[in-house]
Design a protein around this ligand. Structure first.
Ligand code: KIV
Length: 272
């Protein structure tokens, strides 16, 4: 079992220092129970806006509010002691201007106690990233397949498959590194692109559907546990079928209730 035994929470500089030393492990969480279970195994927990889809059953990540992200992030911070905690900034909360981005990012950091924020966007967002970083907000820049751009991209499609597409993503990466991003999240990009960016980037690259060439990997936890429903991306390996366990437990409970076997005395409150 690959746990770590940190006595304090991993910081952003410590995460950056892992590049070239140790692969970085990350999973998403948005509830207290999941965060507590993941904490000993991951370097950072991401409160992804994918919660809109896997947690709330919505069609895309566009419909995620700042208040929702703040609520979920508070639950994760309160239930963890070791992992660095990074929250996604929701669609519309940072794209308007560097000032709008700062106001909302500062609010998330201050009200949740998380360590850093993740923003989706290419070169056009680099000015905002620089503005935030210069004001003390650590930014992970999410490039490649950006779910908040689903309408512009015409669906959730792998990016950088053509030479020109690959070169655009590499330019996005360089722009964010120049702006001071502490890490690049590469989603749905070809292995060659991920390898080249990871090669020139002094900051860690975190991949999702972007090959093992990245410095670390993140997955949506529900997807690897068999709780992702019908929308699990093809590249995801399912490590357990927790969905089946939940069904079994619910079936057993329903059976006990309907057959008059519940509650057994030893499970009653106040009876040892
Ligand atoms: O929202 C999310 O969970 C993410 C991952 C796909 C990296 O951004």
């Amino acid at each position: 079992m690959s746990t770590h035994s940190r006595t304090t929470r991993l910081t952003v500089p410590q995460l950056v220092a892992m590049k070239g030393q140790q692969k970085i492990v990350s999973l998403t969480a948005y509830s207290s129970a999941f965060a507590r279970l993941l904490d000993p195994f991951v370097d950072f927990i991401l409160i992804g806006d994918s919660t809109a889809m896997v947690g709330y059953g919505r069609a895309s990540t566009l419909d995620m509010s700042l208040e929702e992200i703040i609520g979920h992030t508070r639950a994760v911070v309160a239930s963890t002691r070791q992992a660095c905690v990074i929250a996604d900034m929701p669609f519309g909360s940072y794209q308007e201007s560097p000032q709008q981005a700062y106001r909302n990012c500062a609010q998330v950091l201050a009200r949740t106690g998380c360590d850093a924020l993740k923003l989706e966007g290419g070169q056009a967002l680099a000015g905002t990233v620089e503005f935030l970083v210069q004001r003390g907000i650590p930014v992970m820049a999410h490039i490649g397949l950006m779910p908040q751009y689903v309408n512009a991209m015409g669906g959730f499609k792998a990016q950088g498959l053509s030479d020109s597409g690959a070169s655009l993503i590499e330019q996005d990466a360089r722009a964010h590194l120049d702006a001071g991003a502490f890490s690049l999240l590469l989603e749905g990009v070809a292995e060659g692109v991920a390898r080249r960016i990871s090669g020139f980037s002094p900051m860690p690259t975190i991949g999702i559907g972007a090959s093992p060439a990245c410095d670390g990997q993140v997955l949506v936890t529900e997807d690897l546990l068999g709780l992702g429903g019908s929308r699990v991306p093809r590249f995801v390996k399912q490590y357990a079928d927790v969905g089946a366990l939940i069904s079994q437990a619910c079936e057993a409970f329903a059976h006990e209730v309907r057959s008059g076997q519940f509650p057994e005395p030893r499970h009653c409150y106040g009876v040892s």
